[in-house]
Design a protein around this ligand. Structure first.
Ligand SMILES: NC(=O)c1ccc[n+]([C@@H]2O[C@H](COP(=O)([O-])OP(=O)(O)OC[C@H]3O[C@@H](n4cnc5c(N)ncnc54)[C@H](OP(=O)(O)O)[C@@H]3O)[C@@H](O)[C@H]2O)c1
Length: 329
């Protein structure tokens, strides 16, 4: 029987006011799909890039929004192995559309949530946790004793990554835009915090590392920080550019990487690090394990009603938030 869902869609790219509600009838799940009734939905900065059309390949319109949710499987399509009606699942990735009361999800993107973890926590932390996992253990494998610079350390991905890096025994330097966020970053794994609104972060990193530079810089801020990030790494160090909250990363003359010290540069995407099912499962298991052990904290989640998604977007893009954001139907 068709199921009703209330969902956000947008028909043009723009500000948070382009989002509007629509009642839709969901068909039975197709091959490889499950119907999920959401208990909570994760808000990620990528949702803002999607809404504004900021990506190199913008979404076809009209479009739903949201890459992450958690809830109960209410129907299962053909050729779905390992999931049953009543299972509690979380998913990250796949087609946008999580800002809804229920939706069809590719079963290949869904993982069962351990009994010990509430659905709202899974919705808040899975996408960001998967991101932190692949960035710090696979994209560049951080070792105990490495010195790491992580920008936007008080943000959603930033907090999880810095908690995890600290657990790995890295020396963690975080950047933030305010003194209040500096306190948050310190409480979440950073040994040193630089306010990049008021300090020259390149000079501070050089001071903190005795002029040597860090082993790896993780940069999701883009325009405002990218060139400085290259200046912060040691000879043969690595720059991981994984986002552009301040604007697109400037075009780079590749020879600069040689001149700056044979620097490694990568621009990874979660899509490519979780596309293979056993990598997704292993990454999700690592995230859930870190949550269960208290290594990833669950106490800094901002909660909004699903109907207030536009407000959540305004808060996120105006840098008023720290930690993860969720919407509840
Ligand atoms: N490549 C991937 O696989 C992947 C996957 C997930 C997320 N990401 C990226 O990771 C980043 C963090 O995502 P998130 O969802 O956890 O968001 P978030 O970090 O909670 O929020 C973004 C933060 O970026 C900082 N920022 C710096 N300049 C900004 C500007 N001009 N406008 C807005 N924010 C600015 C702000 O922190 P301060 O106020 O402290 O500067 C802000 O809180 C995003 O760039 C996202 O695209 C990439």
């Amino acid at each position: 029987m068709p199921v009703k869902s209330y969902t956000y869609i947008f028909e043009e790219f723009g500000g948070s006011d382009v989002l509007h509600w629509k009642e839709v009838e969901l068909p039975e799940p197709g091959v490889g799909q499950v119907l999920v009734r959401h208990e909570a939905i994760g808000v990620n900065y990528i949702d803002i890039y999607h809404r504004t059309g900021q990506f190199a390949a913008p979404l076809p319109l009209p479009s739903g929004l949201g890459m992450e949710g958690a809830g109960i499987v209410e129907a299962v399509g053909a050729d779905v192995a390992g999931l049953m009606v009543g299972d509690r699942v979380a998913y990250a990735g796949g087609p946008p559309g999580a800002y809804s009361t229920s939706r069809l999800v590719p079963a290949a993107r869904a993982v069962k949530i351990p009994d010990s973890i509430p659905s709202d926590i899974a919705a808040a932390l899975l996408f960001k946790g998967l991101t932190a996992e692949y960035l710090i253990t696979r994209c560049y494998s951080v070792q105990g004793g490495d010195t790491v610079l992580f920008h936007a350390a008080a943000g959603g991905v930033g907090q999880i990554a810095c908690q995890w890096l600290n657990h790995l025994g890295a020396n963690v330097i975080g950047t933030v835009s305010s003194e209040a966020k500096a306190v948050v970053a310190k409480e979440n794994g950073c040994h040193h915090v630089i306010n990049y609104s008021s300090e020259n972060f390149v000079e501070r990193v050089r001071e903190l590392t005795g002029g040597k530079g860090v082993d790896v810089t993780y940069d999701s801020v883009g325009l405002d920080t990218f060139l400085g990030s290259v200046d912060c790494v040691k000879v043969r160090g690595t720059v991981v550019s994984f986002g552009a909250t301040s604007g697109p990363v400037p075009l780079l003359d590749v020879s600069l990487l040689g001149a700056k010290g044979s620097i490694y540069l990568t621009r990874p995407s979660i899509a490519h690090y979780t596309a293979v099912r056993n990598e997704l499962e292993a990454s999700a298991a690592a995230v859930f394990d870190k949550i269960e052990k208290g290594i990833i904290r669950t106490d800094n989640i901002s909660r909004y009603s699903l109907k207030d998604a536009a407000q959540a977007h305004r808060d996120l893009e105006s840098r008023r938030t720290s930690g993860a954001l969720i919407l509840t139907p």
